[in-house]
Design a protein around this ligand. Structure first.
Ligand SMILES: *[C@@H]1O[C@H](CO)[C@@H](O)[C@H](O)[C@H]1NC(C)=O
Ligand SMILES: *[C@@H]1O[C@H](CO)[C@@H](O)[C@H](O)[C@H]1NC(C)=O
Length: 183
């Protein structure tokens, strides 16, 4: 009997989180990139219109990068002041990560978001023109996230210097609730 109740509870929770995932919508507000011109001669960091739920990046690497790290920081507002507080801070060695040695849940989300282009996050990273179209972070976010503003900082760096720093702000909203409020 207890087992049955547990199963019902699990199914209930699973369906709740699925629906949460289905209806929270991510809208990007800003996307800024700062590149080190020793490595990247040109970049474009774009929020894809009109939905603003996807981002695209184009990078011209002018130097091979044998080995590099990626850092990922997530900030959310701290109540009641609404100033941003860091909730996730990871630094992974992309070469090790690509080999599947040091998996990190949030980096896995990020790499999945890159889709097919995720395989370009490898070592060594040859110079050339890279396009990462329609990066979909929302699709891979965990379902438990609340409706909130947030900020992401993602940097790529070698042991000597930063290659590129990116900064994103966005908001997770419930379009159903918004609609109800508006009417
Ligand atoms: C990237 O950020 C680091 C600090 O986090 C800073 O030292 C570096 O100058 C920045 N690089 C660029 C290209 O903005
Ligand atoms: C790269 O990541 C590894 C593993 O987290 C860490 O030990 C190393 O210090 C990092 N290197 C840099 C330059 O941040």
């Amino acid at each position: 009997m207890a087992q049955f109740q547990l199963m019902v509870l699990l199914i209930f929770l699973a369906s709740q989180s699925e629906s949460a995932k289905a209806h929270l919508k991510l809208i990007w507000k800003t996307f800024k990139c700062f590149s080190n011109t020793d490595y990247i001669s040109e970049h474009k960091c774009i929020i894809v219109e009109p939905e603003k739920s996807l981002i695209t990046a184009e990078l011209q690497y002018i130097k091979d990068v044998p080995k590099y790290n990626a850092t990922f920081k997530l900030f959310m507002p701290r109540k009641p002041s609404r100033s941003f507080q860091k909730v996730i801070d990871v630094n992974v060695d992309v070469c090790q990560f690509a080999k599947g040695i040091h998996g990190h849940r949030f980096m896995t989300i990020v790499v999945k978001a890159f889709g097919k282009q995720g395989s370009q996050l490898k070592c060594p990273h040859p110079k050339g023109f890279y396009v990462y179209p329609n990066i979909n972070i929302a699709e891979n976010l965990p379902a438990f996230l609340p409706e909130t503003d947030f900020k992401i900082e993602m940097n790529f760096l070698t042991s000597e210097s930063h290659i590129i720093n990116t900064s994103l702000t966005g908001v997770l909203i419930d379009p159903i609730k918004r609609k109800a409020k508006a009417t």
